[in-house]
Design a protein around this ligand. Sequence first.
Ligand code: NAD
Length: 542
Amino acid sequence: MNNCIPIIPTQNCEPVKSYKPGSPERKEAISEYNKLMKKVVDIPMFINGKNVKSNKTKYIYPPHNHKHIVGKYYEGNKNHIMNAIDSALKAKKEWASMDFAARASIFLKAAELLRGPFRQKINAATMIGQSKNIFQAEIDASCELIDFLNFNVKFANEIYQKQPESSKGIWNKMEYRPLEGFVFAITPFNFTSIAANLCFAPALMGNTIVWKPSDSQIYSTKVIIELLKEAGLPDGVINVIYTDPVMTSNIVFKHRDFAGVHFTGSTKVFKDIWKTIGNNIQLYKNYPRIVGETGGKDFILAHNSADIKEVTTALIRGAFEYQGQKCSAASRAYIPSSLWKRIKNELIKELKTICVGDPEDFSNFMNAVIHEQSFDKLSKVIKKVKKNKSAEIIFGGEVDKSVGYFVQPTVIVTKKANFFTMEEELFGPILTIFIYQDKNFDKTLKLIDETSEYGLTGAVFAKNRKIINESLKYLQMSAGNFYVNDKPTGAVVSQQPFGGGRSSGTNDKAGSHLNLLRWVSPRTIKENFLPDKNYRYPFLEK
Ligand code: NAD
């Protein structure tokens, strides 16, 4: 549609439904959950708009019920990777030249479908496949993904409108071309919305995608594929493969047309990817874009002017929601000695009320950790801490994998500010607390800044404004998302653009225009309405 400059529909963030007893959304969610638990969903790959099967199948089990099969997916080989790349390259020309309004309509339609008929499908799939309670599924798979879809369109429109100055007789333009080649999306298990957005954001800007999801998120990937089909995404724009990550990287990162990687996952994997791309730089037609959001060791700092209940609530929600498996999860806290006794009593009193179990039971605040590997790693950490004299487990520490991978919320108190659980990302429901002397507040700021390699999220709790200002200043580089009197998790698209520096990633801020800018290669066009007809400038005159 050429002869019109459309106005993008206005958007607000998607309201989070309550799921309180008796609500219609609660009934729908439970019914969808139960329906899915009775099925074994068949999950082929998705290449060039077609369902693709292989002769190698793998079963999917909910982390909270690991003997119960809910899905079967098909693992791909080298040919599937090559086919996905070829399909993305083939679809590129038509997709990139499609009007922005037409591309945008597909994503806006997907947002509406998610708001309506797909909402409980994607929530239930996320609850089952990734072991999230209904609230965690709703804020991730529904609300955050709806917001990504809607706001990316708004931000892309703003980018396209940003045009250079022109002068007399000259019209300058900036054309925001997609990257030349294909984009590779490598996505994590913990957020359905992040996984989808790592494909959607570059696709909206006219790129075509090869997507390799985490093995532990394939169950909800299936719903995303159905959503894309229903929204009318042309064949080949997003191609989904379930292949071995190393084999896939070996092929993709050697391809001449590899244009960029959109990654979210652990720091080590991202650093290896960066190294591989660097080593292969001579092979590529362009310098590939490398965008990656990775690990965190996120902190809560309480000052002695803070409110005890507010700090305790932030510690519990920040550290234990989704079993501490958010990159932004609070995993180290700094509490002043004058408040410690009262915070400890309040924390233990509240933690005793938390139930851990199956997401089908809505009284469970926490569910299972993602897989056996993670369960075993966390169990080992707890065992190691129990033997260490520098730390004490003051709550939790029990684990049980007989039915599901359940780890109780665990609180460690340490006297060593650089105790290993204060430094390393564990990615589970383990919070370590260091108690500082009130008079050492400034020293504690330095400790926080220097204790881990990460710089993702952090929070300060204080009523004293001078203290808030000092913390903001001193911890300027310690967190890409900084919270004042709020927990360090739960960033909302368009409100708190997300990402961090240091070993936490390239800080390209998902949920803002900054991320979309990484997926374009602008072309500047100068048009001269009255070109000169004589090469001689006036200074050459005799
Ligand atoms: P992961 O690094 O194990 O896996 C992420 C993806 O990388 C998966 O698709 C996996 O198959 C793939 N992968 C694994 N090894 C690979 C290799 N050698 N080459 C290429 N690809 C490879 O991470 P995960 O367990 O799925 O997710 C948890 C991690 O993600 C945590 O570290 C967390 O902090 C991080 N995370 C960060 C953010 C953020 O915005 N900063 C958001 C979510 C998760």
